[in-house]
Design a protein around this ligand. Structure first.
Ligand SMILES: [Fe+2]
Length: 165
């Protein structure tokens, strides 16, 4: 997926991901590094296939949304700006400055940042991409195996207390 690889290689993406890893090094709760991002991408794509959405949602658009959705996390930790809002801005900047020939179209970029902006509350249910991202982000967390669950501020009814599909 050359367009996804170009996001991965982008210096701003790499810098942000490194900052997130550093800032979450001692975090007991969910982290937001590459393992989480890939879990979300793969769950989204499984759901897209099962729901028959693969024709309308290119796989690299799904993966780009997943890889970028938490990119505002370091800004949230350092500047207290909500990471969905910071993430929209950073994702736009990254997608607008990728290598020649690897850019998503303006419509695809709008779709991706719309999903990023809605991924915390699922507000943009009108977009299948936003719905897939919101669901996969939550499903990706194995709360039933998490040592920090007693202190987690996620409402218990939203936690994954068993392996779910
Ligand atoms: Fe996430």
């Amino acid at each position: 997926m050359p367009r996804v690889d170009a996001i991965w290689r982008h210096p701003v993406y790499q810098e942000q991901l490194k900052r997130i890893d550093e800032l979450e090094r001692d975090r007991a709760f969910c982290r937001h590094g590459l393992p989480h991002l890939l879990d979300v991408a793969r769950i989204m794509w499984i759901d897209a296939l099962e729901e028959g959405l693969a024709d309308e949602l290119p796989r690299d658009v799904v993966y780009a949304a997943a890889l970028l959705h938490d990119i505002g996390r370091a800004t949230q930790y350092e500047m207290e700006e909500p990471h969905d809002i910071a993430g929209v801005r950073i994702a736009r900047s990254i997608m607008g400055t990728v290598e020649d020939g690897c850019a998503f179209s303006p419509a695809e970029q709008d779709l991706i940042v719309g999903a990023i902006g809605a991924h915390r509350d699922g507000a943009d249910a009108a977009s299948p991409l936003a719905r897939l991202l919101y669901r996969a982000d939550k499903l990706s967390r194995p709360c039933f195996a998490c040592a920090a669950r007693p202190e987690c501020n996620w409402p218990e009814e939203q936690q994954n207390l068993a392996v779910r599909v």
